[in-house]
Design a protein. Structure first.
Ligand code: UDP
Ligand code: MG
Length: 335
């Protein structure tokens, strides 16, 4: 029987967990051709999410809790979940029921047809502000233009991955992660399904515009160095503008130097800012720190802050999941 992992990052989601459990249980019970594990990744919640998840574990062995040592952000929590997921396929979804778990059946059917990455595209997004929808649409369009790989529009992290996608994603261990870019970068056979995004079942969104802006930058920087090239184009354009300004000054004898100077200063500062964004990310990767540290798995304390990159595989290795992944990743010897 094929084994399916459902990976759910959560940060302060205790309020909505009973509803999540009820909906997931209904879906899993209805799909009797598969075995399931639900991996709740607690991303350093300050409420009782972890305790509630452990209670769920006691009552239903299909639920598991991977607790990180602090809040590392959703993207790192997703990676942790992918590292620990054992399934032949892995479904990623949010904890707030904005992604209806009832879609998992359709995802599995398409996976059985041979698709590797079945992603849910939002037809509508209820309960989200007009501004958020607008900025999100603009961002997707821009990312698609910048990127050499195809970006799936209006798609979040609600998707099903075949195991080979999971193994590929485990190899991408950069800091400043942006799932959207990484999921498109790995390629493989992708298939879209449409859905209406529900409002949050409980609690509040964990994103504000500052965090979203950072994530948006991470997404662009992960995909493209094109913005660095814009600096070159901008400097040429500014040079031309300066020449024109010079002629105007001579012709009209007006002190045009002030706006020109300010404009140049702004342009230079902008260019330096852009370069430092790239440099900052390069530095973070250069340090080679793990993307997350693990506190415990199913309530069992983890000594080594397990991360595949550190080579310390205690819990996961005992469970076989990550160890398998490493073996799969080793180059096969050709006899
Ligand atoms: N999340 C997380 N760590 C964070 C922020 C969010 O694991 O630092 C989880 C959150 O609990 C939820 C998912 O990521 O399951 C999506 O977050 P949210 O619903 O706040 O985002 P939105 O749907 O508003 O984009
Ligand atoms: Mg949400």
């Amino acid at each position: 029987m094929k084994h399916i992992s459902i990976v759910i990052p959560m940060y302060n989601e205790a309020e909505g967990l009973p509803a999540l459990r009820a909906r997931l249980t209904g879906v899993m019970d209805g799909l009797s051709d598969y075995t399931f594990e639900v991996l709740l990744v607690d991303d350093g919640s300050r409420d009782v999410s972890a305790e509630a998840a452990l209670q769920m574990r006691r009552e239903d062995g299909r639920f598991h809790l991977l607790r990180l040592s602090r809040n590392f952000g959703k993207e790192a929590a997703v990676l942790a979940g992918l590292d620990y997921a054992d399934g032949d396929a892995v479904v990623l979804m949010d904890a707030d029921l904005q992604d209806p778990p009832e879609l998992i059946g359709r995802m599995l059917a398409l996976w059985e047809e041979g698709y590797d990455d079945v992603y849910a595209r939002r037809r509508s997004r209820e309960g989200e502000s007009g501004l958020k929808k607008f900025t999100s649409r603009c961002y997707y369009r821009m990312l698609a233009r910048l990127s050499r790989t195809e970006i799936q529009p209006d798609t979040g992290d609600f998707r099903l991955f075949d195991r080979r996608c999971v193994l590929a994603l485990r190899r991408l261990r950069e800091q400043g992660r942006c799932g959207k870019s990484l999921f498109s970068w790995i390629g493989y056979r992708k298939k879209e399904i449409l859905f209406d995004r529900d409002p949050r079942c409980a609690g509040e969104t964990k994103w504000n515009y500052a965090r979203l802006f950072e994530l948006a930058l991470d997404g662009i920087i992960a995909l493209s160095v094109a913005p660095l090239r814009w600096i070159g184009a901008a400097s040429l354009a500014t040079g031309a503008a300066a020449a024109v300004a010079l002629i105007t000054v001579f012709a009209a004898a007006a002190p045009l130097w002030l706006p020109v100077l300010l404009f140049l200063a702004a342009l230079q500062l902008g260019a330096i800012w852009l370069v430092s964004e790239y440099l900052g990310r390069a530095l973070a990767d250069g340090r080679g720190r793990p993307c997350y540290l693990v506190d415990s798995y199913d309530g069992v304390r983890e000594e080594n802050g397990d991360d595949k990159k550190t080579g310390v595989l205690s819990i996961a290795a005992r469970r076989g999941g990550v160890a398998d992944a490493c073996r799969d990743m080793e180059p096969k010897s050709v006899v």
